[in-house]
Design a protein around this ligand. Structure first.
Ligand code: GDP
Ligand code: MG
Length: 441
């Protein structure tokens, strides 16, 4: 909300723009940080190209150095690339049993993550989950899942020695159907590196079970290989989402950016420990801060921007308290409104403003109207703007001619100003949401 509010009160005004050389210089640092975080080389290049485009010409917040401004822009772009605020919950919308296929390299955390997800679906979403291990290569892999199943109180498919992955998958689905399970989690075998046999096996299973989700499980410590890994799994098997494990480790998590940018597939979850409750929704902000390793700079820029907003808010609040809201102030507000897509849009963004909206007549303004109103105000003399009461018939006629409007429109504007001034005074005295928020500044 504070973002929106600051936008309404005033926009950070021009304090110079980022030049190409500002951006280039800062991007050198950023590039180094990305490589240190193990972001794949090709991803570093595409990503910095994208940022360069955004950054050159961008406005610099007061008391912030150009380089710091670039880092903030980089950070925001990274959060966006990593998924921003988009919801990426597991997709279970299908008639049960819904299959979730877990794929990835050996040791990436597939089996552990299978149990973690099963636990979460059982406890939080009250789903009946059946887990099955298709890992017939590693001795005791199937037992490993059965043990985890007991720990999290989730059923596992009974082990039939000698059965092959596709057979096990078929059996899991039919047992789930018979047993009334909602979700079947299929844990697959991994290899130390990508090989065709492994991928073909997983693809065969996929064709049988038609999974709703195919989750690529990858270690956050995966470095330059992340690109090859993600591309291969996505091309050969088709990945619907990524789970990043060992986020609790030392890795800076560059693999997240690499895999996300290369596949475009959402990172849905992250593993935060060996324990079976170590599973969290993916937080782009957290990972972006870690990848960049420049968290301090980001918060510095955010704070500087906030300070400027607070200065402005304070000034406006002071004027409001005095009940001094003249037509110049109204004109300023109208300009802001125009930027924000009209009064209706602003009111809708602020919780609790609906009531005020109804109280004030003529608030249903569109942009065309805003423009006409601003034209009216700018056709007035400074004296008239500060003292709207002096507007008599003769003055109104002159302003109407000057602004290409009609006297009735001027009357409506003046009436609206009186209503708004009253409203502003009320809010300035700390009544209502607006007043409270501004009082703090
Ligand atoms: P798989 O070969 O892909 O099935 O990998 P496993 O699930 O057997 O996990 C390999 C090792 O990684 C085990 O010791 C797990 O406890 C550990 N592990 C898995 N996920 C995480 C995680 O998010 N954080 C940490 N610290 N360890 C993990
Ligand atoms: Mg395993």
């Amino acid at each position: 909300l504070s973002d929106r509010l600051s936008g309404i009160l005033d926009k950070i005004t021009g304090r110079g723009a980022l030049s190409e050389s500002d951006v280039e210089e800062a991007l050198r640092e950023v590039r180094r940080a990305l490589l240190e975080a193990d972001v794949a080389l090709e991803v570093v290049k595409t990503f910095t190209d994208k940022v360069r485009e955004k950054a050159v010409g961008a406005e610099i917040v007061k008391s912030v150095k150009p380089g710091q401004m670039v880092v903030k822009i980089v950070h925001d772009a990274m959060v966006e690339t990593l998924g921003g605020g988009e919801a990426s919950a597991l997709n279970l919308r299908a008639s049960p049993p819904v299959a979730i296929l877990m794929v990835g390299l050996q040791g990436s955390g597939k089996t552990t993550t299978t149990a973690k997800i099963a636990k979460r679906l059982t406890e939080r979403e009250k789903r009946r989950v059946l887990m099955a291990s298709l890992d017939t290569r590693r001795p005791a892999a199937q037992e490993q899942l059965a043990i985890l199943g007991r720990q999290v109180h989730v059923d596992t498919l009974p082990i039939v020695p000698g059965q092959q992955p596709v057979e096990i998958a078929k059996r899991a689905m039919s047992e789930a159907r018979k047993g009334g399970y909602d979700v079947v989690m299929l844990d697959t075998a991994g290899r130390l590196s990508i090989d065709e046999e492994l991928l073909a096996e997983a693809a065969a299973v996929r064709d049988i079970v038609k999974p709703n989700e195919t989750l690529l499980v990858a270690d956050a410590l995966t470095g330059q290989d992340a690109v090859v890994l993600a591309r291969n799994f996505d091309e050969k098997i088709g990945v619907s989402g990524i789970v990043l494990t060992r986020i609790d480790g030392d890795g800076r998590g560059g693999a997240a950016l690499s895999m996300r940018q290369v596949t475009g597939k959402p990172i849905k979850l992250m593993g935060t420990g060996e324990k079976l409750d170590g599973l969290e929704d993916f937080h782009p902000e957290r990972i972006a801060g870690r990848i960049l390793g420049m968290g301090d700079v980001v918060s510095l820029v955010e704070k500087a921007a906030l300070n400027i907003d607070q200065e402005k808010a304070k000034k406006i609040a002071e004027r409001m308290k005095k009940g001094a809201f003249d037509l110049d102030d109204l004109s300023d507000q109208l300009k802001q409104l125009q930027k924000l897509g009209g009064m209706g849009g602003v009111m809708n963004m602020l919780p609790g403003m609906g009531k005020i909206k109804k109280q004030v007549e003529g608030m249903d303004l569109d942009n065309k109207l805003l423009k006409r109103q601003m034209a009216i105000i700018s056709s007035m003399t400074p004296y008239e703007r500060r003292n709207p009461k002096v507007m008599d018939a003769k003055r109104k006629k002159r302003v109407a001619a000057g602004s290409g409007t009609k006297v009735e429109e001027i009357n409506r504007l003046l009436k609206m100003h009186i209503q708004m001034a009253g409203m502003m005074k009320q809010m300035g005295q700390g009544k209502g949401l607006f007043g409270k928020m501004m009082g703090k500044g």
